[in-house]
Write a protein that binds this ligand. Structure first.
Ligand SMILES: [Zn+2]
Length: 161
């Protein structure tokens, strides 16, 4: 079986200083605000997300937990589904994600959220820039497409028989 090398890249784009373009800085602020509105009484791990559409509309989301655990939803998917429900014809250009202030690690989205981001990228045929906000913006990391985080995404082409 032939081998294939894959290179993925996530860049550090901000460290202590706000150096991103204004539009992306505002997106990050909205994700941080969204985190404050999360409903996370079980995990006590609030997550905020903000989606930027091509017309510069921002749609926020946050984790919504439930006593019946699987019935909850992550912040990224809450934001993406809300944006698709309200603005189905607007391409998503960026997604910002932040987690609890004291979290030790950079908030990479879970597998389920990556799959949903991949579906949006595939359907709109355009990449989504993903900003991962760590330590209340002490650092911001950027992936230029979900392909950097999920290089082998399942897609509609896999349903072809
Ligand atoms: Zn998730």
């Amino acid at each position: 079986m032939p081998e294939k090398d894959i290179k993925v890249e996530v860049k550090l784009v901000e460290k202590q200083k706000k150096t991103l373009p204004e539009l992306h800085q505002k997106l990050i602020e909205r994700a941080l605000e969204a985190r404050e509105l999360s409903y996370a009484p079980y995990s006590n791990f609030p997550v905020g997300a903000a989606v930027l559409l091509i017309d510069e509309t921002v749609v926020i989301g946050n984790n919504q937990e439930n006593a019946a655990y699987p019935s909850g939803l992550c912040a990224e998917r809450t934001a993406l589904f809300a944006s698709r429900a309200q603005y189905p014809n607007q391409k998503v250009t960026a997604l910002a994600v932040c987690v609890k202030e004291s979290a030790k690690h950079v908030p990479f989205p879970c597998g389920g959220c990556l799959q949903v981001i991949a579906e949006v990228e595939q359907s709109q045929q355009a990449p989504i820039t993903i900003f991962l906000i760590h330590n209340d913006r002490a650092t911001v990391w950027e992936a230029n497409s979900v392909k950097q985080l999920l290089p082998f995404a399942f897609g509609r082409n896999h349903l072809e028989a």
